[in-house]
Each structure stands twice: as structure tokens, then as C-alpha cells.
Design a protein around this ligand. Structure first.
Ligand code: F6R
Length: 607
């Protein structure tokens, strides 16, 4: 979603802002802009499309000025064109915004009645005019900004700048994240620490309802009521990572190949490989005392949670309710005293997941979260945090965060099984040893890259793909379809193999590739029967299995991707890799924008 940068500095800021916006590109956007105060006047450059277009504008017409704000926009209200791109101006006020102003129609009508003219279709422009109206009424810039913020309903992060004061930025947060960066005689605003990494690693995160007055040598945070508040200044861990592609063509490719290492780091955080036991990472509840666990997440993180459900129920006999967060937040699920809630999120900022968390907070149940961004809102609002140690994930399509989420879920399921008395010490040690093998198997699977690319070349010729799987391979089939859809734009569906004959089998003909994820597991033979049903109707099967599965399959697959034999508990973690590589290579053959697919955002901070 939109990215925000603000700098009140000592050198021309426009190039620095563009550099910071590049570090926010991964969030997804469709236009960008920057504004500065130059020779006492507000000036801006904006461009539709990628940042390179903005850079070209700036090359033709450079912007001076030592204070500025910049923005990457992911369109919500109004098409992604230059007019709707931020920053928006209202006389002496410049503003950038991430989020949705829900009462914008009412405010817009009010401002039009008061004589304001609108030049864009955005909800953001109402905020700029509201601030101007405050100034017209004799308020100071700080008072006018606060008065405007108080009128806003919805989700927003804002940065505001005023002609006439080149030592003042105002930031505000209600929902989407906003951080203040502390420099040496310079200060910054940014959507996250990654954006500010070249400038500073000293960060203060605003909390919901906070707004901040930033000047070169000082800043003051206020709460919604206007009372000064202190927020912790911290060293960002985000800055210690080098965010570049290395030798890879895309971040997604790099992140797929990082998986053996990051899975290993993540598992080592929860498992003691010396004793082959789960460790005692602090929990906000006791698994032994739970009668239900509610898991909620979005997209790929939801599918990780769905695989977690199989593990918690199978190994720990712990019933799991799992919901897509956008449904959970409104479905008023009753939670008993013996329930706990678990949220899964790479960014830790997803609006629906956060709203579900807050619902559970009101219901009074203990809250835990599996998150990749340690300083995120979901992490901060949870009673217990289970970090994934994936490092920054820049590709919009989640890959390494997914397998790290699975690693945490598997480790937690084993721990729950131990605490609930469903696992002997010997079985715990066996499972921990098996989990410790996941990175090694992941490395082996990456060596199949060439064969997978060959299959992907075929896939790039088709318009529809069906993915099938049973048991934990069923959520993985949905994940395979999601990956394919989002980066190659090929229509794909993921189905439980046994569900095929209840409808989707009607889609099968000679043009339909059907990718079947079928390791030789306890229900392999059932999946083979479903493959027979596909083959009988001319469907072209691509089978992802192991040597035993390949030998025992009685169906002619057009292609068989053979993975090593591996323990059952790590299958979903390791089988995720060929599924990701298939989508990746297909997208490369299609020539799509792999790291920033159209219409998508990395961190979905609106409903
Ligand atoms: C798909 C993808 C999305 C995210 C979803 C949740 O590849 O990345 O489906 O998984 O938007 O995001 P987080 O995990 O940040 O809450």
C-alpha cells in the first residue's frame, strides 16, 4: 500500500526522498510524487506508474529545497493518474496520505459548500483543504493540522508540510504505520524503518491516534486528545539488512533461494537441536488449558494458518477455528474463556488481521501473533509474539515468510502436543529431528529449478490451471493457485482433490493442466484415484511427488517433479518451494512485473 516519506534536512531533499521511496516500492504502488518548499514556494513533481517516471520528471525539472514529503500511491479513491498522485496541495498546505478517509464524501460536500475547489478524485484532498480552512480561521499550522485530524474517520497515516515554515513537518497515524527517524540535525518521517534505513536506525513508532510535530532538532508526539506523550525510541533491526537483489533477477527469486537459511534460523528459535526438544519460548497461554485455538490471517498467511490447523489438530488434538481475517472481524465469533487467538502476518500491519486481533482483545482472550516485522502494530498489540526470522520480504508475493510461518506453526504444534500430553519424549525428539531436516530438503529441491522452469514454460501458454491436493497439500494447492494468479495473471484454482467431482471436474478437458501435489503420504492412493478421474477426461497432469509416489502412481502424468522422500511433518514446508518456483518461472516467461505485480500491495493497510 501507499508509502510515505518526509525529510526536514540540511541538503536538497528531493533525491533523498526518491531514494527512500524506492525502498518502499515493495509495498506496491501505481503512481508517485514528491513536494518540497523551494524559495518559499511549494513545488511538486508527480508521475503515473513506476518511480523511474518520477525520476525522469525530476531530471527534466529538478526540485530544490531542504524540506519535503514524498509518496508512492496505491489507488483507492480515483484512478492512478498524475492528478490523483500525491502530494496534494491546498494553497499553503502539502499533504501525503496512506489509508482511506471513510467520511470523505461528507467532508468534501462540506468543503465544497464552503467554497473549496477540488482538483482530484482522492479522499486525501479533503484533508489538505480542512487544514487550509483551519489556517483561514486563524489557527496556527500545528493547531490547524490537529483540528483537521480530529475530523477524520477511517484509517490514515499522514505527513503534512506548510509553505512559510521550512522547519515543520506534521505526521499522524490512525491505522497504517508511521515512524519518526532521528538524525543529526535532521528528522524524518517514514512508513517503515526500511525506508529510513539510509538516514538513520534510530526510530520512534507512532501509536494509533498519535500525531507528531517534527522539526530539525526536535519532535513532540501528542495523543488524539492533544496531550504530549512519550514513545520509546528504538534501534531499528530492519536497517541491518541489506535490501538488494544480490545476483538474482528478482527479489522473489532471491527470497525463494534464501529459504533453506531462513527456515533454519526460524526453527532454531523454537527448537533445541542439541536435546531435540521444543524450547520454552514465552507463551501468553498454556496449551494444556486451551479447548480451542482461533487462527485468523489473510492471503498466504491464512493458508499457512490452515496448514497449522492440520498440525494442531493431528499432533496436539487441539481444535482450531480458522478464518480469513476480513470475515472473522465481522462474524462475531463467540470465544470461550478457554480459547486463545493466534494471528499470522508477514507485515504485522494488515488492516483486517489487526481488526480481528482487536476483536479478540475486546473478547478478553489471550492473543499471540506470528509476525515477520518485529516492530509492527500486530506484534506490539499481541500478548505474545512468535517471530519468523525471514528477514525483510520485498517481493510482493510472499515466499520465505510463508515457509517461516509454517516452521513456527509446526514447532508450536509439537509444543502444544507435548504440553497437552499427546506426545512421548521419544516422539517429540523424532519430530524435532525431522523438522531440523527441512532446510536440507529445501536446498535439494532448489536444485530442481531447471526442470521446474521447463514445466513453467508450458504453463505460460495456458489461460487456466487447476491445483489439487489432499490433507496439508490442499492448502498448499490453494497457495500454488494464489501464487500463479498474483504474479503470472493466469487464472488458477486450488481444490481439495476429493472435492473435484463435486463441481470443478466439469472444467477438465485436454487444454487444462492439473497440478497435483501428492507426496507418498497416508492418503496418496486416494489422490491417485482423483488423478484417474482427471486423466479419464483428458486433463494434463503435472505431478509433484516423491520417488515412491512416482513409482506407485498408476496415472500417466505429462510431467512428474520428483522431490526427495522426507518426513511427513516437513512436507508442506518443502513442497512449497516447487510451487513457488512454478509461479515464479511462469511469470518470468509471461514477462510480468514479478516483484510488483499489477494491482497488488505488499502491506494491505486498508479494508
Ligand atoms: C500473497 C501475499 C498476500 C499476503 C496477505 C497478508 O503472496 O503475499 O496474500 O499473504 O496480504 O499479508 P500479511 O502476511 O502481511 O498480513
Amino acid at each position: 500500500m501507499c508509502g510515505i516519506v518526509g525529510i526536514v534536512g540540511n541538503a536538497p531533499v528531493a533525491p533523498l526522498i526518491v531514494d527512500a521511496l524506492k525502498r518502499l516500492e515493495y509495498r506496491g504502488y501505481d503512481s508517485a510524487g514528491v513536494a518540497t518548499i523551494e524559495a518559499g514556494a511549494l513545488s511538486r513533481r508527480r508521475a503515473e506508474g513506476k518511480l523511474v517516471n518520477l525520476e525522469n520528471r525530476l531530471k527534466d525539472k529538478p526540485l530544490g529545497g531542504k524540506i519535503g514529503i514524498g509518496h508512492t500511491r496505491w489507488a483507492t479513491h480515483g484512478v492512478p493518474n498524475e492528478i490523483n498522485a500525491h502530494p496534494h496541495f491546498s494553497r499553503d498546505v502539502a499533504i501525503v496520505h496512506n489509508g482511506i478517509i471513510e467520511n470523505f464524501a461528507e467532508l468534501r460536500a462540506e468543503l465544497i459548500a464552503a467554497g473549496f475547489e477540488f482538483s482530484s478524485q482522492t479522499d486525501t484532498e479533503v484533508v489538505a483543504h480542512l487544514v487550509t480552512r483551519g489556517l483561514d480561521n486563524g489557527l496556527t499550522p500545528v493547531e490547524a493540522a490537529h483540528a483537521a485530524i480530529r475530523r477524520l474517520q477511517g484509517a490514515f497515516a499522514l505527513a503534512i508540510m506548510f509553505r512559510g515554515d521550512d522547519n515543520l513537518l506534521i505526521g499522524a497515524r490512525n491505522g497504517p504505520p508511521l515512524a519518526v527517524g532521528h538524525g543529526d540535525g535532521e528528522m524524518y518521517l517514514g512508513s517503515d524503518a526500511i525506508a529510513l534505513a539510509p538516514f538513520t536506525d534510530s526510530i520512534t513508532y507512532l501509536e494509533d491516534g498519535d500525531w507528531v510535530v517534527v522539526r530539525r532538532n526536535e519532535m513532540q508526539i501528542f495523543d488524539a486528545a492533544g496531550k504530549p506523550v512519550e514513545r520509546r525510541r528504538q534501534k531499528s533491526i530492519g536497517t541491518s539488512f541489506l535490501v538488494d537483489k544480490g545476483n538474482h533477477r528478482h527479489f522473489m527469486e532471491k527470497e525463494i533461494h534464501e529459504q533453506p537459511e531462513v527456515i533454519s534460523h526460524t526453527l532454531a528459535h523454537y527448537l533445541d537441536f542439541t536435546t531435540s526438544r521444543v524450547n520454552d519460548h514465552p507463551l501468553p497461554f498454556s496449551f494444556a488449558e486451551l479447548d480451542r485455538l482461533a487462527i485468523s490471517a489473510c492471503g498466504t498467511a491464512y493458508l499457512a494458518g490452515l496448514i497449522g490447523k492440520y498440525w494442531f489438530e493431528r499432533y496436539a488434538r487441539l481444535p482450531v477455528d480458522i478464518d480469513i481475517a476480513s470475515e472473522f472481524r465481522y462474524r462475531e465469533m463467540p470465544l470461550t474463556k478457554k480459547s486463545a487467538a493466534l494471528f499470522v502476518s508477514q507485515s504485522g500491519e494488515t488492516a483486517d488481521t489487526l481488526a480481528s486481533l482487536r476483536y479478540c482483545r475486546r473478547e478478553g482472550v489471550p492473543i499471540a501473533a506470528i509476525v515477520n516485522v518485529r516492530e509492527s502494530t500486530i506484534a506490539r498489540e499481541s500478548d505474545g509474539v512468535f517471530p519468523t526470522l525471514a528477514g525483510p520480504e520485498i517481493g510482493v508475493a510472499s515466499t520465505k515468510a510463508f515457509t517461516c510461518q509454517l516452521s513456527v506453526l509446526a514447532a508450536l504444534a509439537v509444543r502444544a502436543a507435548v504440553e497437552r500430553g499427546h506426545l512421548s519424549e521419544a516422539d517429540e525428539q523424532r519430530l524435532v529431528r525431522e523438522l531440523s531436516e527441512a532446510p536440507r530438503f529445501a536446498s535439494q529441491v532448489l536444485k530442481l529449478d531447471e526442470q521446474i522452469a521447463k514445466v513453467a514454460r508450458e504453463l505460460s501458454q495456458v489461460s487456466h490451471v487447476l491445483y489439487l491436493g489432499r490433507d496439508t497439500s490442499y492448502p498448499l494447492a490453494m497457495e500454488g493457485a494464489l501464487k500463479l494468479k498474483e504474479i503470472s495473471y493466469i487464472h488458477a484454482e486450488g481444490y481439495a482433490a476429493g472435492e473435484l467431482k463435486h463441481g470443478p471436474i466439469a472444467l477438465i478437458d485436454e487444454t487444462m493442466p492439473v497440478i497435483v501435489i501428492a507426496p507418498h503420504d497416508r492418503i496418496f492412493d486416494k489422490t491417485v484415484s482423483n488423478m484417474q478421474e482427471v486423466a479419464a477426461r483428458g486433463g494434463r497432469i503435472i505431478l509433484i511427488t516423491d520417488a515412491e509416489g512416482a513409482a506407485r502412481s498408476t496415472v500417466d502424468a505429462v510431467e512428474t517433479i520428483v522431490l526427495p522422500e522426507m518426513p511427513e511433518i516437513i512436507m508442506p514446508i518443502v513442497y512449497a518451494l516447487p510451487v513457488q518456483l512454478l509461479a515464479y518461472h511462469t511469470a518470468v516467461f509471461m514477462g510480468t512485473d514479478v516483484d510488483q505485480p499489477r494491482n497488488l500491495a505488499k502491506s494491505v493497510t486498508v479494508e
